[in-house]
Design a protein around this ligand. Sequence first.
Ligand code: GLC
Length: 622
Amino acid sequence: MTHPPTRFGRPGRFRPLALACSLAAGALALPLLTPASTAMAAPSCTSTQDCLEQMTLEEKAGQMTQVNHTNVMDNPGDIAEYGIGSLLSGGGAGPGGQAGGTATEWADMYDDYQHHALQSRLGIPLIYGVDAVHGHNNVEGATIFPHNIGLGASQDMRLVQRVQDITRQEVLGTGIDWNFAPAVSVPRDDRWGRTYEGFGEVSWIPSILGEYAVRGLQGEELGADSVAATAKHYVADGGTAWGTGDSDYRIDQGDAQMSEAELRRVHLPPYRSAIRADVASIMVSFSSWNGLKMHQHDYLVTEVLKGELGFEGVVLSDWAGVRQVEGNSYAEKVRKAVNAGVDMIMVPDDYEQNISAIVDEVRAGRISQERIDDAVRRILDLKFEQELFGHPLTDRSYTDDVGSPEHRQVAREAVRKSQVLLKNDGVLPLSPTSGTEIVVGGKTADNLGYQLGGWSISWQGQGGDVTEGTTFWEAIQDETAGTGTDVRFVGTDTGSDYSGDIGIWVGGETPYAEGQGDDADLALSQADQRHLTDICARTEVCVAMLVSGRPLIINDALDTADAFVASWLPGTEGAGMTDVVFGHHDFTGRLPVTWPASVDQEPITIGDGQEPLFQMGYGLTP
Ligand code: GLC
């Protein structure tokens, strides 16, 4: 999540003039653009216990503090001065605070911040987090995979592990060492804007795929070539009730109103699996359980997660999640969160307030020293396990492979395995002969940004050529080149005079993330319906490709088209869609969610007694 600028937030252009002034003034702060030749200070502590014994209370509070990099971009000396333990790039917070940036620019940014951290009194390195939720999606030129709902449709756990292993490599290529992924949510209501971040609507899907995702990111054990994974958002983030959303959200960050038995049966199992895979961290959810915020839920976080499930990693707050905790002051809120079991606070801006609040609460006896030492021990153990003390800088051997053809081939395989064929009246696969006329239209057919969905270059995502990739329209031109097939693009200009043998419409949702995607109707837009109807009216047979983060209400569209494909949010490799449309590979995808016949059925899940349009598990293979 990237919030509007706060008192500390200064997202925006990097300001060389400010840097020049500080240098001219002989400021103590190292220049942000530290020359690579700067000799690295060696850390002054060599084990978790050694560090703990040397650390002051202020330094321990600093280790528990995670800051969005835009808040120290212009004053990086604060990293060492306050002993900040972690930075993150929230969605869209690339180098200079701008969305995007190349892998090398990210790696340079990471190394500069790390050099500052190593100047702290004990030289404890940073751990830097990012949301690489479908590939390293913040970075220009990175491979962007289908969002989790599409990977859920693939039913292929080894594929998920390979996808995450490539994500690991591309994240390491930018220096970053911590990924706030996989989401192991169990989305029960498709109106939730984060449905597409989940693998599926029943607990065994995220349990299996989440475990393989963790193994892909971390390897069999944490080390210098690992990226720390984060199972999120603990717990029952996908089980909240419509209308209980926080602030202006309708369901996101809402209240999961259910018995403990249901919470344990449906929403807890994916965390057991992630812990079995030795997941490094778990992020607590903004949501509540029966009225109590997860960020202050000591029973579920300390007694269940850390006690009963034996989680020994780092419990991380969500973005400013502490501020949603009940309390009359920030100090009271952060005390409740830390005492509930939260180890690191994603502030993400006012780090001075966070550090001083923790220090004051400990000195007042309202947070125990033991709790602080437990939190810092978990954080330092992670940094030592990832060998950050010995290898704090980017391993540039990974950087050149960001977005490589080999990586994109795996993404293309993931795309084709995610496609779910919902209807096929003898149309697919296409095998056009010379002279066949194919008409391609719809708002998404040649819009890479729509194909990517949210969490892509920017937090919310956006339309257009936002990064390097292949749209469906580009893919079909490659597919038909030299075959004598005549392909024509009509886009959304379906009023013009055209006809053809085969029509292909590509449409659906425009990008969104989190609560901004909460949707009461799940309706296909009237424009989409019109474009589809028009294309089908002017061609002999027509195919609909729905690009969306979740099921939409498609009854009419399903009647209009002769074939219908759920494409989900495929990512950069649109050729994975044409691979199955033209029969190079079979359709093998199966629905990881129940497809409603009406939005009035929501929440709808398998076995709830309702009659859906398509059952979870449905999918045709021609
Ligand atoms: C967001 C999301 C969380 C993400 C975090 C950092 O609010 O809830 O999934 O990891 O902020 O971007």
